[in-house]
Design a protein around this ligand. Structure first.
Ligand SMILES: [Zn+2]
Length: 307
């Protein structure tokens, strides 16, 4: 196998995916936006298609020996079994012919532990795309089992050469990374609960199982798990805050969006939202735990725009 060319094209494919997810924020990538350019010392300037729309399912550009992507079209989504919880996909071989070149290319990707792009059709011409790793052949020898990698592993996988040379190291580093992140999130929750004396900053509900440590600036926008970037909110107010139905201004005042203010329906809406409008949130005792005014302000701009 030409590992060098494979690594160049595969790295470019993963980069294409990352850029495509930015261009299409809902993650639904149109078939017409699936080609990318890459320079290979051996083959020169190449335009590569990330997948095949023709429907055979397994795709490899002619410069590669191992498969680059697999597709499950919206019509056939139930033929390939994807278990959302474990992220494991059982992918059937093409055409039932074990030694078909597409099937061989899929097994080659499995033997070398190469990341594969997994296209899932949501409707004709529109795909959700993830990175998957072929783990082993299906016991019935009629397909392979693949693990769909969470986005953060996909980022790790961008060092494709590293994944080829030391796949175990990449996975190990990732599991350490996930474990550390879980630990940081758990610590964050503990510190926020303590700072807010285990109550919702908006409605003062004191039932801990119903409380969340909410981020002011979300994790996805590099918000850190630190108390000044946190708010203790009950599930309802957390959800409302995340969806900009409720905002908190830098002067710690609650703002309920105009839609919610104009509705007339029931006690939760009245006590939980309308009567809270322009009230002050509950603030931690320690000044160092106060929610950061700049962060609140940044987040409040988003709320105002959504109104
Ligand atoms: Zn609440």
């Amino acid at each position: 196998m030409d590992i060098e060319t494979d690594a160049q094209i595969r790295a470019a494919a993963l980069q294409w995916l990352e850029n495509a997810k930015h261009r299409h924020p809902r993650g639904e990538i149109p078939a017409k936006d699936t080609s990318f350019h890459v320079f290979s010392p051996k083959h020169g300037n190449l335009t590569i298609s990330a997948f095949t729309p023709t429907g055979q399912g397994i795709w490899k550009p002619r410069q590669l020996q191992a498969c680059l992507s697999i597709v499950t079209s919206s019509k056939h989504i139930y033929e390939d079994l994807f278990d959302e919880e474990s992220g494991v996909l059982s992918y059937k071989y093409f055409d039932g012919d074990y030694d078909h070149r597409y099937n061989k290319s899929l097994r080659l990707a499995m033997e070398h532990r190469l990341p594969i792009l997994y296209f899932r059709g949501v409707r004709p011409g529109l795909y959700l795309v993830d990175v998957a790793l072929a783990l082993e052949e299906d016991p019935n020898k009629d397909g392979v089992l693949l693990r769909v990698l969470p986005d953060d592993v996909s980022l790790f996988m961008r060092g494709v050469k590293k994944a080829i040379e030391e796949p175990e190291m990449v996975m190990l580093r990732h599991s350490t990374f996930v474990a550390q992140r879980r630990l940081r999130q758990a610590e964050f929750r503990q510190r926020v609960m303590k700072a807010y004396s285990k109550q919702c900053a908006v409605c003062n509900l004191k039932s801990e199982p119903l409380l969340d440590a909410a981020h002011i600036i979300p994790h996805s926008q590099s918000g850190q798990p630190e108390v000044p970037n946190g708010l203790s909110l009950c599930k309802i107010h957390h959800s409302a805050y995340d969806q900009n139905m409720l905002g908190i201004s830098p002067d710690y005042l609650i703002h309920v969006n105009s839609d919610m203010l104009s509705q007339r329906d029931g006690p939760m809406l009245r006590h939980g939202f309308q009567e809270r409008n322009r009230e002050k949130i509950y603030i931690p005792r320690k000044q160092s735990d106060y929610p950061d005014r700049d962060k609140l302000g940044q987040r409040f701009e988003e709320f105002k725009q959504a109104c």
